[in-house]
Design a protein around this ligand. Structure first.
Ligand SMILES: [Zn+2]
Length: 480
């Protein structure tokens, strides 16, 4: 077939994301299907489960990708509209080592992309993505000497039963008839098709907000780390007098929470809560978290006798680290939560939501109470600032790192993923996003005065650079 050109930036650190009609189209999805078949051919894998999110282009892209796989001799099970974790679960259900999800996660509506697996719950690593890119760009594709097949299957019933049987009893300590009242906001993403049903079956009273599917994403894409998304959720929780609120990203592998008082609880606090839960049954265990997490996470893990392991941001990196370290749990500020105690080790936020409710049930407390028991810092949300893909890495490793070291000479530094500094009472981190032309920033201090002071310092450093676009970002008000 004719060789197609692919933009380099389509191939990200751990998945593919690009603008539909520019970086991706039906022809390119066909070529990517053939490239994935070639990649799998080298590993003698000829079975792939494919799911997709509810983006406008996802169905035609998925169909083109599947057709190319089948024509290359792959047996495909198409599970249709789905979540990333349901695709991974289907690998175990069907005993398929190959899996693909057509999604751009929380990227804006005009984007699409692919998550590709090379084993059970195991998405491609960065070197594997690069290998896959070479195959796609070469246009030299290999077919299996067998005929591929295609069938459609609805796996949701089996998935739901599986996650429900893995958690303990769920019942609110205060709700009427012992039921948790939860508000779910999925911001018109695919998660709206599944989460209300799961939580109702778990025994919750569910209030749905924006759970209809709409691939034009009239409120923007579902990103549970965005303050606007969480504020809308919080408002409804207060109005409904609910116990807590839950939000999810488009493909269901990231979550966000607010407590019954309508307070936004950022996800590093959720990581700290899950660490407590896990360490109560597995003392001394290792807990993995990314460099963007609050000092609170490390404090809690140490106080509970666990071993804190700070690691790179990115679902594939955290997942791989958990396996390597035999950690029972790991989580990210972005809302990816990974359990290996009685789970598969991939990020499934429906399961994580059930774990949170089961934990609260076991503690006999509400979310606000367990959060208030944790050590406190004044933390910014995860801030995103526009910065071109071709300059962002060098800008951080060079001038920004130098500025930070000058400003905080006695801090401890972690430079595995951007630059993080920790003093006794403060923390700050600036890193390059793998998911788009952005820098990710977060900072915190022990008290409000320290927070305001730190905000000024960090803002002044970042505003020096014309490469950073404060107009193109998320939560940028946290630097004003
Ligand atoms: Zn996602």
């Amino acid at each position: 077939m004719p060789k197609l050109t692919f933009n380099d930036h389509l191939f990200r650190g751990y998945d593919l994301r690009g603008v539909a009609g520019e970086d991706l189209d039906v022809e390119r999805m066909d070529a990517l299907g053939r490239a994935y078949a070639t990649f799998l051919h080298q590993r003698r894998i000829w079975e792939v489960v494919v799911g997709r999110d509810n983006r406008i282009t996802s169905e035609e892209y998925s169909d083109a990708f599947i057709k190319a796989l089948v024509e290359s001799g792959i047996d495909v099970v198409d599970i249709g509209l789905s979540l990333a974790q349901i695709v991974y679960f289907s690998q175990y259900l069907l005993r398929f080592k190959g899996a693909a999800m057509v999604t751009a996660s929380h990227n804006p509506a005009q984007y699409n992309g692919l998550k590709l697996a090379v084993g059970f719950s195991d998405t491609m690593t960065t070197p594997e993505i690069q290998e896959f890119k070479k195959i796609a760009q070469s246009g030299e594709f290999v077919k299996f000497e067998r005929k591929g097949s295609l069938r459609k299957q609805d796996v949701f019933g089996e998935y739901k039963a599986d996650i429900l049987r893995r958690v303990g009893k769920i019942g609110s300590p205060r709700g009427e008839a012992g039921k948790f009242k939860v508000v779910i906001d999925t911001v018109y993403g695919t998660a709206g098709m599944f989460l209300p049903s799961i939580l109702r079956e778990a025994g919750c009273e569910v209030v749905e907000q924006h759970t209809e599917l709409d691939g034009t994403f009239p409120l923007g894409t579902a990103d549970p780390t965005e303050r606007e998304v969480q504020e809308r959720l919080a408002e409804r929780v207060v109005k409904e007098k609910a116990d807590l609120g839950l939000s999810y990203d488009t493909d269901g592998d990231r979550m966000g929470i607010v407590d019954g008082a309508g307070r936004i609880i950022w996800n590093d606090t959720l990581v700290a809560l899950f660490a407590k839960d896990v360490l109560s049954s597995m003392p001394g265990a290792k807990i993995v978290f990314n460099v963007l997490c609050s000092k609170q996470v490390k404090d809690v893990i140490e106080a509970e006798g666990g071993v804190p392991l700070m690691w790179l941001t990115g679902h594939s990196f955290i997942k791989a680290k958990i396996k390597e370290e035999r950690a029972p749990f790991g989580g990210e500020l972005s809302g990816h939560m990974f359990f290996t105690d009685n789970f598969y080790g991939h990020d499934d936020e429906a399961y994580a939501s059930l774990r949170l409710l089961a934990y609260l049930t076991r503690m006999g407390k509400n979310l606000a109470q367990v959060v208030d028991e944790l050590p406190k810092y004044h933390s910014s949300p995860e801030i995103k600032l526009g910065c071109a893909d071709n300059v962002k890495f060098e800008l951080i490793s060079g001038p920004i790192t130098a500025d930070i070291k000058k400003e905080f000479p006695s801090a401890a530094y972690v430079d595995i993923d951007g630059i993080r500094f920790d003093t006794k009472d403060e923390m700050g981190v600036v890193r390059a996003s793998q998911n788009g032309p952005y820098l990710t920033v977060k900072y915190e201090a022990r008290d409000q005065a320290g927070y305001e002071k730190l905000k000024k310092v960090i803002s002044a450093i970042l505003r020096k650079y014309s490469e950073i676009d404060f107009k193109d970002g998320v939560n940028t008000d946290a630097l004003e």
